[in-house]
Design a binder for this molecule. Structure first.
Ligand code: IPM
Ligand code: MG
Length: 399
């Protein structure tokens, strides 16, 4: 009996090792970065998701149609709404991403994605894989870039979270060996660590930032985090003007709330799960996860999303219209910049800062005592149109 159990576990592990070795080989054949300047039109697929997704998407679409009207009219940008990435349809197909949806995604250059429900063991839905995780893997979106800024407190962070490996890559492929024993796997590869770490160092170099913080738990999780740290050591040598420091995730989490220390951090690079957790904490300083956008970047595709979930509780309690669309709109600004329209992105970000962080004429609370997402977007669009936008924005943090 025990022999059989062990044999099954061995086979499970062997299949995983084989698959991951094949993935490494694929990564070694590094393809070139897509050049949006050479693509006409740039095709943008918009997935509206489920829960509060369709509500915040509707508002985001309104803002985007307004801001990008010229580019859409001239046929330089092409928006398609991709239906079918909803929990209902995913459950119907029993797939994290139904095949026809994946095909549509692959026909686009960039994707804007509203939240979609991630099932869990014992929840109301079958325990299928997260659509985010599947999309990051299928489109090889290896870098999860998450900026958090609170200028008046001196916070200017950008997180480079590894997005395709770590505890996530086999998160749905652990093994329940016996009723008593469950094992999950964590994967780090030299190539996977290298590409995200390099991206963080490149960002620092291109933006004149002279420090990079590498966050792991390499003192305990010795093999995988050890490789991540070792890779940072090696890559760091190529950037002599940048000093880098290794920090452990526990003390890093603590130091983010130390007002004196936290302003020294600028560029952070870290494995998947630590990045997931730390970026939620970081977003809280900026006004919560509802205010943070997130870019998932690969060489061929890129996907932009809100960092929060689909908030089914808000829908159940009839509060969907009070959901904050800022996170998806911040993600849209990142998308706009990514495809080369940085002036428009900057304008939108300034308007988001003014409306959401500084002036706050309307507060979104998520409840009926606050503004609706629609009201907020009216305010945002009025602000973005203001010819004095830049000076209005600057006035908030001139000390
Ligand atoms: C995020 C989210 C996802 C993650 C969930 C929805 C699977 O929390 O993008 O941070 O854990 O990566
Ligand atoms: Mg998260």
């Amino acid at each position: 009996m025990n022999d059989q159990v062990i044999e099954r576990a061995k086979n499970h592990f062997a299949a995983i090792v084989e698959e991951q070795m094949a993935r490494v080989e694929k990564m070694k054949k590094a393809e070139d970065w897509i050049d949006y300047g050479k693509i006409d039109p740039v095709k943008i697929g918009f997935c509206w998701g489920d829960g509060i997704g369709p509500i915040i998407s509707r508002e985001t679409q309104r803002v985007l149609e307004y801001l990008l009207a010229d580019h859409i009219k001239k046929g330089r940008l092409e928006f398609t709404t991709i239906e079918g990435l909803t929990i209902e349809n995913r459950v119907k197909c029993m797939k994290a991403i139904p095949d026809d949806v994946l095909k549509e995604l692959k026909a686009c250059h960039v994707i804007l994605k509203a939240p979609t429900t991630t099932p869990e063991k014992g929840g109301p839905y079958p325990n299928i894989e997260s659509a985010n995780v599947a999309m990051r893997r299928e489109l090889d979106l290896f870098a999860n870039v998450r900026p958090v800024k609170v200028p008046k407190e001196g916070i200017d962070w950008i997180f480079f979270r590894e997005n395709t490996e770590g505890a996530y890559i086999l998160g749905s492929r652990g093994i329940q060996v016996t009723e008593d024993l469950a094992i999950d796997f964590k994967v780090i590869t030299k190539q996977g660590a290298e590409r995200i770490i390099r991206m963080a160092f490149e960002y620092a170099r291109n933006n004149g930032i002279n420090s990079v913080t590498v966050v792991t738990k390499a003192n305990v999780v010795k093999t995988t985090d050890g490789l991540f740290l070792e890779t940072a050591e090696r890559i760091g040598k190529e950037y002599p003007e940048i000093t880098w420091e290794g920090w452990y995730i526990d003390i890093m989490t603590a130091k983010l709330i130390d007002p004196k220390r936290r302003t020294h951090f600028r560029v952070m690079v870290l494995p998947n799960l630590y990045g997931d957790i730390l970026t939620d904490e970081a977003a809280e300083f900026q006004g919560g996860v509802g205010t943070a956008g997130s870019a998932n970047i690969g060489k061929r595709y890129a996907m932009f999303e809100a960092i929060h979930g689909s908030a089914p509780r808000m829908i159940k309690e009839g509060r969907g219209e009070y959901a904050d669309p800022s996170s998806l709109i911040r993600a849209s600004a990142m998308m706009i910049r990514h495809i080369g329209l940085s002036d428009i992105a900057e304008q939108l970000e300034m308007a988001l800062d003014i409306t959401g962080q500084y002036e706050k004429k309307l507060a979104i609370t998520g409840r009926s005592d606050g503004a609706t997402g629609h009201e907020f977007c009216d305010y945002l669009m009025e602000t973005v149109k203001d010819p004095q936008l830049k000076s209005r924005w600057q006035s908030f943090f001139v000390s």
